[in-house]
Design a protein around this ligand. Structure first.
Ligand SMILES: CC(C)(COP(=O)(O)OP(=O)(O)OC[C@H]1O[C@@H](n2cnc3c(N)ncnc32)[C@H](O)[C@@H]1OP(=O)(O)O)[C@@H](O)C(=O)NCCC(=O)NCCS
Length: 116
């Protein structure tokens, strides 16, 4: 039975962005989101990045999945610009990001593979 999913999108060679996640309502609050993320990041010899506006999420990603704080600059370099260009490719998406950025500061996280 499938109770949830997470999206991991390739940005450049060996670099993926963690995107949306979903867990069916009756199964929420049982750490399923983080278990799925753990399986994903532990089994891949890849780097993972993500962006969030929520410091609570940043903190969980640090504590549960050993993500480190990053910067937009670092993520742009590691993704060869794709992190930005994919957002610019849709006018609606770039407007949404711009509106969010006016209100809140974006936080960036990165997890590099153990052996790189
Ligand atoms: C967000 C969601 C996936 C969490 O699933 P879950 O299995 O209940 O999550 P877990 O039990 O593994 O972890 C709960 C933690 O998720 C974190 N969390 C909440 N929203 C989150 C998000 N958007 N992204 C990542 N982590 C999130 C919180 O830190 C929470 O910890 P807390 O309760 O101590 O504050 C689920 O509530 C859901 O499907 N919501 C509807 C879809 C949605 O809003 N998705 C997020 C957009 S990416």
């Amino acid at each position: 039975m499938i109770v949830g999913w997470v999206i991991s999108e390739p940005l450049s060679d060996g670099v993926f962005e963690l995107g949306l996640g979903f867990v069916e309502k009756p199964y929420r609050g049982r750490n399923i989101l983080y278990k799925m993320l753990e399986l994903l990041v532990e089994n891949e010899n890849s780097s993972f990045v993500f962006a969030t506006f929520e410091s609570r999420i940043m903190q969980s990603m640090r504590e549960q999945l050993r993500f480190k704080d990053s910067t937009l600059r670092e993520i742009l370099i590691i993704s060869r610009g794709k992190f930005a260009t994919k957002r610019l490719s849709s006018l609606a998406a770039s407007r949404r990001v711009a509106t969010h950025l006016k209100k809140k500061k974006a936080l960036y996280g990165i997890r590099r593979p153990k052996k790189s």
